[in-house]
Design a protein around this ligand. Sequence first.
Ligand SMILES: *Cc1c(COP(=O)(O)O)cnc(C)c1O
Length: 432
Amino acid sequence: MTQQLPDPNGKFGPYGGRYVPETLMPALDDLIEAYEEFREDPSFRAEFEHLLHTYVGRPTPLTYARRLSEHLAGAQIYLKREDLAHTGAHKINNALGQALLAKRMGKQRVIAETGAGQHGVATATACALLGLQCVVYMGAIDMARQQPNVDRMRLLGAEVRSVDSGTKTLKDAVNEAIRDWVTNVRDTYYIIGSALGPHPYPLICREFQSVIGREAREQMLTQAGRLPDEVIACVGGGSNAIGIFHAFLHDPVRLVGVEAGGYGLNTGKHAARLAIPDLGFAIADSGNEQSNIETPNGKAENLNSTIHNPKSKVGVFQGMRTMVLQNDDGQIAETHSVSAGLDYAGVGPEHVYLRDLNRVEYTAATDDAALAAFHTLCRLEGIIPALESSHAVAEAIRRAPALPRNSILLINLSGRGDKDLNTVMKHAQRTG
Ligand SMILES: *Cc1c(COP(=O)(O)O)cnc(C)c1O
């Protein structure tokens, strides 16, 4: 299916590719060449695998969620525990792989951009381990919102540069990182944190994250004696999802990607690029009707007609051709999610292709559904999940009761929720 993709131009069908300034084309060519050399190099692979084992803590466990399964009285639920990887999420797999690639390419300096700070922390960690200089670009607003991660990056020896242009958030930080790369391309490696950006980044990130699915597939066979019926993962840029999906692409296994439904897909405040509300897909929410709200004169109005609802359309965004949430003028839309890691206007190009092929089904979970799932997993399993991962848990909670007892749902638990405690406590106060 897409195992052989992307094609030599970095295309997944019509998506992906390389849309960057001319000055960066040679750098991307170098990266392709280096990646192709090292992916086959036994000493590179051995070093990466050794670090995954002795430093990241792989293989991460597969946990049978007994109490959650009993509670839902339907499918049996298993959790792939990326929350137990070093730094608390799957992002370290990619950051470490790319930092190793940077070192092999003879680059002494690494740059990255970060929104919530999770990719910045993973990159700073990998650079400290390998002795590489690290500069992380971060929007000024994000720095204020995510101070603990700024502190972590600095403790790990990284320089965090505040970006004061534009909306002072992630996309402005990306622009600054690209500017830096253009200027310093000879000694600098740019680590992109998800399965997106210009070719070969979506490919490289997928390859470094696909360890998740390889492990999970084997663990399912040993622990449950068979493959799961469905695999569910949240989709921000798409790296943890593509990482677990790839090993199952050729199996009779249903694959489900869950995007951020925010306040609801009809409110204009979400980050669903692939789960298109017009098609009437059911989405996981906590039961309160969100698409109609009371207006001051007391009449319920459909938000579709009153609120500016961004449309997901094919466009060129941050180096790739993909689905992008945009307004009527083609400007990048502002997105919303309770989880910072899913709050992004674009998505990895391979996911768009997998959707077109009908191989992966994309849906969304609202903020409320994710928060409810967060609490459910805490209380029933003793696991505090990341709010991103809670979207996948919410979808499993929605599906499981209708499925037979002998069916199996596998959730990719992409990260742990320590970073989200402030957000969760604030919501708990508001709702009593
Ligand atoms: C960053 C992040 C995500 C979203 O990124 P993907 O590239 O879509 O995986 C999901 N979960 C956690 C815990 C994250 O930190």
